[in-house]
Design a protein around this ligand. Structure first.
Ligand SMILES: [Zn+2]
Length: 133
């Protein structure tokens, strides 16, 4: 569909991919098929990145939700397999907190856990002093 109004405007347009000046039809976005293909691939890469971010955000959100649900008071010791069976994914966390004693807490936002001996896990709440690590 053409509106007719813009088609009379003559202007130098730049290729959206390489930036070279184009002449010809005003609705052209790319100077060549090669530039069009390159731009298409780049868009696909961005989509893959966005998809990955969404998936990891979902896992982090679920991890945080499970820590909260299994430890509403913010401090609970339970068996590691309880978390695993609930769908907790130990590969994903938002940051680490190392104590002076050398213990490492893994946090999913405001809830964290410490791996204990005997396949146990201590769930804790984030505390303001942990910012100073
Ligand atoms: Zn180009």
């Amino acid at each position: 569909m053409e509106t007719g109004s813009d088609n009379n405007i003559k202007e130098n347009r730049s290729c959206l991919q390489c930036g070279s000046v184009m002449t010809g039809r005003v609705d052209k976005k790319f100077c060549s098929d090669q530039c069009r293909a390159t731009a298409g691939n780049r868009r696909k890469d961005q989509d893959i990145g966005e998809q990955l971010i969404k998936e990891i955000n979902l896992r982090l959100r679920r991890n945080r939700y499970l820590l909260h649900r299994l430890s509403p008071e913010g401090k609970t010791t339970l068996r590691r397999e309880v978390l695993e069976q609930a769908g907790f994914d130990f590969r994903y966390f938002t940051y680490l907190y190392r104590t002076q004693k050398g213990n490492t807490y893994y946090f999913c936002y405001d809830y964290g856990y410490l791996l204990l001996e005997d396949e146990k896990v201590l769930i804790v709440n984030w505390q303001p002093y942990m910012e100073r690590s």
